[in-house]
Design a protein around this ligand. Structure first.
Ligand code: ZN
Length: 305
């Protein structure tokens, strides 16, 4: 029995309804509570470290100020401004942002216990907990498309990364794993880039929804899937965002699960996941006992004395 946790960055509860996408609506789900700490809106590494540990930023130690020379406000400024300008001006502004912010950002990793320290739990990449490089790669792609990278190339790279992450999650279902978590930055990158383009962002949501459904189809009888986000994304075309800054993070974080309950807050995810993993009764280590060696047979074959 495996609990798969898909950390879909910036999956927005309002946009799921706006685009009317059943692919993200599992057995139960809805908008959940999230938080802001160093910024006035939720900041990605801070929230994901909280999701994995169940701890406040002060306790897990992953905060915007301590982990990055290259803060989101610069990116927010760039995406807000560039959203309204033509392609050549976008490129100039992108270079300005890079020269102003300079140093490569570094995403710290907490030394506190997380849900991925449980027996037979595995994690692929998860900001603040394990391997921040795929997030940096997605950030680079966001910068590149703001600087004029063709959208076809942006999407090819972004969804190539997305496919690897979903493919890993699906593969884990074929192994004795208790909890499998992976962070996917696709909708955040697409949301920043396409906050002014309803059709383009809608296509990105649909594609990611198809990936979610591929995982659903691969679930065994006892497996569970949790889809969860850290925040949403404000856009120019979503009516409730009128008067807000497009391409900034919204408070519309979302969770949905194949079970009949789901965590109602980013602080509750760890407890929820661990309870589901424990509730199965048949833990991954029990499965391992199923491959006890048939010693008599091995003795006959001469492998044992
Ligand atoms: Zn995020």
């Amino acid at each position: 029995m495996t609990v798969v946790v898909l950390a879909l960055d910036a999956l927005d509860a309002g946009l799921i309804n706006h685009f009317d996408l059943d692919a993200f609506r599992l057995e139960s789900g809805g908008e959940i509570e999230t938080f802001a700490n160093t910024q006035d809106v939720p900041y990605t590494p801070e929230v994901w470290a909280t999701v994995a540990t169940g701890l406040e930023p002060a306790e897990h130690g992953i905060t915007g100020g301590g982990t990055s020379e290259w803060q989101n406000p610069a990116l927010d400024l760039a995406s807000t401004v560039t959203g309204h300008l033509d392609e050549s001006t976008r490129g100039t502004l992108g270079k300005l942002v890079r020269s102003r912010t300079g140093t490569r950002e570094r995403i710290g990793e907490t030394d506190r216990e997380s849900m991925f320290d449980a027996d037979d739990a595995v994690v692929h990449n998860w900001p603040g907990v394990h391997d921040g490089k795929p997030l940096q790669r997605a950030w680079d792609l966001m910068n590149a498309v703001a600087e004029g990278m063709p959208r076809s190339e942006f999407e090819r790279e972004l969804f190539g990364l997305c496919a690897q992450q979903f493919g890993w999650a699906r593969e884990m279902l074929a192994h004795p794993v208790s909890i499998a978590g992976v962070h996917v930055h696709t909708l955040d990158a697409a949301g920043h880039a396409y906050a002014d383009d309803e059709a383009a962002l809608g296509r990105a949501y649909e594609r990611v929804g198809e990936y979610v459904q591929e995982i659903v189809a691969a679930l065994g009888e006892d497996d569970e899937l949790l889809v969860v986000s850290d925040h949403g994304m404000r856009t120019e075309f979503y009516p409730p965002d009128a008067g807000e800054k497009p391409a900034s993070h919204s408070w519309r974080a979302y969770a949905s699960s194949t079970a009949d309950t789901y965590p109602k807050s980013v602080y509750d995810v760890r407890r929820w996941v661990e309870e589901r993993a424990a509730a199965s009764g048949a833990s991954a280590s029990d499965d391992d006992e199923g491959i006890d060696m048939p010693t008599e047979r091995l003795r006959e074959l001469g492998y044992l004395d």
